[in-house]
Design a protein around this ligand. Structure first.
Ligand SMILES: Cc1cc2nc3c(=O)[nH]c(=O)nc-3n(C[C@H](O)[C@H](O)[C@H](O)COP(=O)(O)O)c2cc1C
Length: 462
């Protein structure tokens, strides 16, 4: 039987068939501690981003799959588009809500572990950085329902291994899950939740969407990305529905009014993060496929951790800007600024003040994006050299730098206020003024560029 096209294993099989160089199977034994993370970090340094399967993790039978979302080309392929069009296609598709289909049984129903058989330490959970307090489940899509409306959500939350059936969880991004837990707690109830491990990159992508109406399920958005209903099955905790072809399901609840130390953990900021909401997840049952893959996201500043944040923010900011400023061209959220903190916007400016409007809209899109640079459309926003040239030559500090103090920000941004987690957001207008004759940019024609390449090629330089 063909493997499900919406599953992690379907994604891997399809890649192995179509683009075998994009799947790296490591057969050498690797240690659970540090070795998987350092291997992926070295691949990042070499600018290589295959999906990596560690087949032999010492002491475990289960292979570990990582780096499934580290490559713009492969993510564009999932949406059947080009790298250039990826943010635009993403933003269009994720507004085309398609409700899920509920199937009778999940593929993860093959092995069911309950009571004393529950033992998270038997999973090959990597210890990623020397600062990490414990091994962390990093690819856990946590699903729960709003105790008031019944609408569910799905999103990644770091999960610290604390014992055979106990995990620390941090809800620091303060979006749906944080609010659902707060609402359950206000009623004095635990929040029933399921951790889903081993999902397709389009689930990863759809789960990172943040601007959508409250009555829409993230599973409707993920369906939009697939272009067909996402197949879910009911698992055994409350009436939660989870992807039918996920690898592993961990059912349980996030406790009300219980806080325990959680962290530090090597975060996407490139720092050890000690800030956490310090919640606790207690496991009631584990279910998995017979030959399950353990999915892990390489943490820290690995592309696997950050790239989807870049793309989803690019899409969301484009969405927000295009409503008001039709001449916005492109948006880039660079990996080097943690896939969150800086956005670069290019516009074809037709009247003064548009760059400032774009700055305000971008900064208001969500809490993480705290800085923005707006440039003219002759600047390549995917080339930081070009962007910094525009900042250096087209902005004047006294009129082009904007600061907005006291704005809600990311808890784990090390520069946010340690008590109330606010920050000063800023923007730089690096567009040339329209109303005066501005300096003329130097250019070299395409003809002369090709001629130069011929000369260099004959001189054996390239
Ligand atoms: C790999 C990865 C790990 C993440 N870990 C956390 C986390 O530990 N806590 C958190 O609040 N958000 C985390 N996030 C961000 C949330 O998953 C994201 O904000 C999501 O949209 C929240 O979904 P929600 O609206 O269902 O809460 C993580 C994102 C990624 C890509």
């Amino acid at each position: 039987m063909a493997t499900d096209n919406q599953s992690l294993r379907g994604f891997i099989e399809d890649l192995e068939r179509a683009l075998p160089a994009e799947v790296l199977r490591i057969k050498d034994p690797v240690n659970q501690n540090f070795e998987m993370t350092s291997t992926i970090m070295e691949l990042d340094r070499l600018n290589k981003s295959p999906v990596v399967i560690f087949e032999n993790v010492a002491g475990f039978d289960m292979p570990v799959v990582t780096n499934t979302a580290a490559n713009r080309g492969l993510l564009a392929r999932c949406l059947n588009t080009s790298v250039k069009e990826l943010p635009s296609v993403f933003r269009e598709r994720c507004q085309n809500y398609i409700p899920p289909e509920i199937v009778p049984r999940g593929a993860w129903d093959e092995i069911v572990l309950e009571g004393d058989d529950i033992d998270l330490t038997k999973l090959p959970i990597p210890l990623q950085f020397s600062v990490d307090a414990a091994p962390y489940i990093t690819a856990g899509q946590v699903t729960a329902r709003d105790p008031e409306t019944g609408i569910d959500t799905t999103g990644f939350h770091r999960l610290m291994l604390k014992g055979k059936n106990r995990l620390g969880i941090s809800l620091h991004s303060r979006r749906r899950m944080f609010e659902f837990h707060r609402r359950a707690e206000a009623r004095g109830e635990n929040l029933p939740a399921a951790i889903v491990l081993g999902v397709h990159p389009l689930h990863y992508m759809g789960s990172m969407v943040y601007a959508y109406p409250p009555n829409v399920r993230k599973f409707d958005i993920i369906g939009g990305l697939f272009g067909e209903p996402y197949r879910l099955a009911r698992c055994g905790i409350a009436d939660l529905e989870v992807p039918a072809n996920a690898e592993i399901i961990i059912e349980g609840e996030i406790l009300a009014n219980v806080h325990e130390p959680e962290g530090p953990f090597g975060e996407f900021t490139g720092y050890a993060s000690y800030r956490s909401t310090q919640n606790v997840f207690v496991v009631k049952r584990i279910r998995m496929q017979r030959k399950a893959y353990f999915h892990s996201i390489t943490a820290g500043m690995a592309r696997d951790h950050i790239l989807i944040s870049c793309i989803t923010r690019e899409g969301e900011i484009l969405n927000a800007l295009r409503r008001n400023i039709p001449n916005v061209k492109e948006v880039h959220v660079p990996h080097t600024t943690c896939g969150a903190f800086l956005a670069i916007v290019s516009i074809k400016k037709v009247s003064e003040g548009e760059a400032k409007m774009a700055m305000l809209s971008t900064l208001g899109t969500e809490l993480y994006t705290k800085s923005v640079i707006v440039v003219d459309d002759d600047v390549n926003i995917f080339d930081m050299d070009d962007v910094m040239w525009a900042v250096a030559t087209r902005s004047r500090a006294e009129k082009d730098i904007m600061m907005v103090p006291g704005v809600k920000s990311a808890i784990i941004d090390p520069t946010s206020d340690p008590k109330n987690f606010t920050i000063t957001k800023w923007g730089i207008d690096a567009t040339a003024p329209l109303d005066e004759k501005f300096a003329e940019r130097l250019t070299i024609s395409e003809e002369h560029r090709s001629r130069a390449l011929e000369i260099l090629s004959r001189a054996k330089v390239i």
